[in-house]
Each structure stands twice: as C-alpha cells, then as structure tokens.
Ligand binder design. Structure first.
Ligand code: DAT
Ligand code: MG
Length: 161
C-alpha cells in the first residue's frame, strides 16, 4: 500500500502575500490532489528566521534572506499526500524563478532568485519536512481529516472494480 500521508512544510513568502498570490498557490497544491492539514498566517521573527534558514547561515546571502523573510507576513502551511515533499518541490520549480520552468509556481509568477514566492521543504534533505513542520506548528495545530477526493486522486484508494 502506498504511503499517502507524507507531510511537508510549505510557505507563501512575503512577496507572494504582497502580490495577492496566496489563493493561486493554494489552488495549485489543492488541484494537484494534495491535502492541507495546517495553515497559519503569521509574521516570522528574527529568531525563527535564523532557525528556519540555519543551513544557509554561512552563505553571503544569509542576511538578505533573513531580512526578506521577516519583511512582511507569510502563509505557513502543512500539506499531505503521497511523495508530498518531492511533489511540492516539482510544483514550485527551480530556486531561481528566472530559470524555473513555465507551468511551475516560480516559473509562472516569479522573476527573481530571492523573491521566489514559495518555500517548500527540501526532499533531498532527509527529515527536513518533519523538522520544519515542528518548527512552525504544534501537533494540535495540525488536522487529521479524510479528503473524499483522495479516492479519485490515488487509484489504490478507489473502491471501484
Ligand atoms: P529553495 O528555496 O529552492 O529550497 P535554497 O534552500 O537553496 O532554495 O535557498 C533558500 C532561499 O535562499 C532561496 O529560496 C532563495 C535564496 N537564495 C538561494 N541561493 C541564493 C543565492 N545564491 N543568492 C541569493 N539568494 C539565494
Ligand atoms: Mg531550501
């Protein structure tokens, strides 16, 4: 049986919020068949920004990254589905929005490396999804629910013959 309940952390960054793209980005993930299990409209403070981007601490762009991510509200989310972490990365597109393929979120809406609209956990960094979810959400902020459409997304959940 396929594991349908992998969870991943996703965030609409301040540029996406300011440009009114929360709805479009959520729609992309919903229509792919992923299920939202948590969502929080919030501001990231310095401390959380440092923790979230700890892997980039030594990079020359770190200070700019922290000041960007704390510059306005973000929409933090947890999404669930089969292979969810990698699936979200594919929907996001390449880090530099100018290189991101048309059809991806960054490719369709972005034009910049820093202002690239969306964060998603790195599927090549084992456990990054669980770490980031725990950093942003308490367990009781995540909702277990059955999305009826899942049986029409995943064939192995279907009850037809
Ligand atoms: P991603 O957001 O695709 O996971 P990442 O984790 O390598 O990319 O980097 C985190 C963010 O930092 C990225 O969304 C944009 C910014 N960034 C990455 N590389 C950069 C660079 N060389 N110069 C400036 N900003 C950069
Ligand atoms: Mg990353």
């Amino acid at each position: 049986m396929t594991d349908h309940d992998e969870r991943t952390f996703v965030m609409v960054k301040p540029d996406g919020v300011q440009r009114g793209l929360i709805g479009d980005i959520v729609t992309r993930l919903e229509t792919k068949g992923l299920k939202m299990v948590g969502g929080k409209f919030m501001r990231i403070d310095e401390e959380l920004a440092h923790e979230h981007y700890a892997e980039h601490e030594d990079k020359p762009f770190f200070d700019g990254l922290v000041s960007f991510i704390t510059s306005g509200p973000v929409f933090a989310m947890v999404w669930e589905g089969a292979d969810a972490t990698r699936q979200v990365r594919q929907l996001m597109g390449a880090t530099d929005a100018q290189d991101a393929a048309p059809g991806t979120i960054r490719g369709d809406y972005g034009n910049d490396l820093g202002h690239n609209l969306i964060h998603g956990s790195d599927h090549e960094d084992e456990g990054a999804n669980e770490r980031e979810i725990a950093l942003f959400f308490d367990d009781d902020e995540l909702v277990d629910w059955d999305r009826d459409a899942s049986a029409w997304v995943y064939e192995d959940l279907a009850d037809h013959d």
